[in-house]
Design a protein around this ligand. Structure first.
Ligand code: ADP
Length: 176
């Protein structure tokens, strides 16, 4: 599914983020930036040691913030590492922090002159964010960014599994 917004395109696909050919892919990292399970582990495995070396130099990343490294052996030239919130009960600023994670990743991409970016569904694995709520924030934030900026031409969400894709597609058809 693909929607045009202002000068950009918002697209949804099912698949593996590590194979994407966008300028950057986004990693759902943890604050220590030392790799981990889920999408984080997959990106470091596919991208090789140079990504971790740069992460170690950077040192860490606060929840809702984003940093950039090389893409190493990936097709994408860069990895933008962002830290989504750990979901507790929704009353600990989780929605704002998740929005910040998307927004700041897009800002870092634009600051580095990148034109296309692929996101996984941040916080909805080990961090426990309910998928429907997280999808709404993800899609809304991408739409707002494209409405306000003309620098990034493509934002793609790469969802792991048909169910996640269905949830995101439903949100996008309601929100766009
Ligand atoms: P978090 O700690 O932010 O919750 P996870 O990596 O545990 O991050 O999960 C985030 C989402 O990424 C989950 O929905 C999971 O299904 C998905 N995911 C895991 N591996 C991949 C991958 N290779 N490509 C795209 N999405 C993935």
């Amino acid at each position: 599914m693909e929607v045009r917004i202002n000068r950009g395109v918002l697209s949804l696909a099912e698949g593996d983020i590590t194979t994407q050919d966008t300028d950057a892919i986004v990693n759902a990292a943890n604050k220590g930036l030392r790799g981990g399970g889920g999408v984080d582990g997959a990106i470091h495995r596919a991208g090789g040691k140079r990504i971790l070396d740069e992460c170690i130099k950077i040192g860490g990343c606060e929840t809702g913030e984003a940093v950039i490294t090389t893409g190493g052996n990936l097709k994408a030239k860069y990895v933008i590492h962002t830290v989504g919130p750990v979901y507790r009960d929704g009353l600990h600023n989780e929605p704002k922090l998740l929005e910040n994670a998307y927004w700041n990743s897009l800002k870092v991409a634009a600051e580095n002159g990148l034109k296309s970016i692929a996101f996984p569904s941040i916080s909805t694995g080990a961090y426990g964010y309910p998928l429907e709520q997280a999808a709404e924030i993800a899609v809304n934030t991408a739409i707002s960014y494209l409405k306000e900026h003309a620098d990034i031409g493509l934002i793609r969400f790469v969802l792991f599994g048909q169910h996640a894709l269905d949830v995101y597609e439903k949100k996008l058809s309601h929100l766009s």
